[in-house]
Design a binder for this molecule. Sequence first.
Ligand code: BGC
Length: 342
Amino acid sequence: MRAMTVIPGEAGSAELTELPDPEPKEGELLVEPLYLGVCGTDREILDGLHGEPPPGHERLVLGHELLGRVRDTGRLVAGIVRRPDPVPCACCANGEWDMCRNGEYTERGIKARDGYGAELVTLEEDFAVPIPDELGTLGVLAEPASILAKAWEQIDRISTRACSAHERVLVTGAGPIGLLAALMGVQRGLETHVLDRATEGIKPEVVKALGAHYHSGDITEVSKGCSPDVVVECTGVAELVAGAMRHTAPGAVVCLTGVAASRNLSVDIGALNNELVLENDVVFGSVNANRRHFEQAVTSLREADRDWLRMLITRTVPFERWQDALEKGDDDIKVVVEFSQP
Ligand code: BGC
């Protein structure tokens, strides 16, 4: 079988590699990938900036956003990305590997475990998430949606510290993560605002179709205008991260979900501190997802408008040309690799 592989740390090493078919062990399923989403993390691995091969291997099989079909039963599954650390820490021991406390977790297609970008993969039953047939191809959004299900779960938990409910959310970035964050804001009944730099193309349309408000201006102006009490930052861009924490409503919860190249920025920490303290604001980071979040993600996708979800998948690339999927088109939202399974 063929697999999408890279040598982590070596830009330009991506290729389709011929590998022996995987043999499922006890408790593992043999899965035929149908669609595989790609994201910024894959791009970073391809550029040699991130990623770690399995112990004793030079190459890493890429891919962590799987929609596949179990060969034996024909049922659709998504694959959980992270595996608990072997110690395990208190969180991993409790199934909350997304909160791993010692950093020794592994991740399929990212950190020390082969991913799902191959013509055939094995998947531990405990890490397979059933996808209802009615979602079909759209099940490929389960992994990115799980990241937001976790983020929103955390926001909801933090929000219980005060007596009044939140009403307005500002999402920064209208990529797949931002748009799925906005979907879950709308599903919670919040007035939802999305900020992105695009002034034309599909993104404003997708936001409008969700019933949310689209902005392309400066974050300070946008925040002052809508006074959000929840912010979900989905870009990792330093200016937006700094801006996300300012001019929020009192008692705001700011969730940071993006990572980007580090960048020096001059910020008045004193003023920021005063705003956070005097308004009881919370700023926190959120990464990854556990099984509960994948299940919440599937529920959220099921309840979403299918035509709207379809708008998020802007490009489908055949497996043989998988590297094209990683080239970022201006108007791309989610790009997926399609496998030609029999
Ligand atoms: C994945 C997460 C993962 C993170 C860091 C993201 O792209 O969706 O599951 O934890 O990268 O490796």
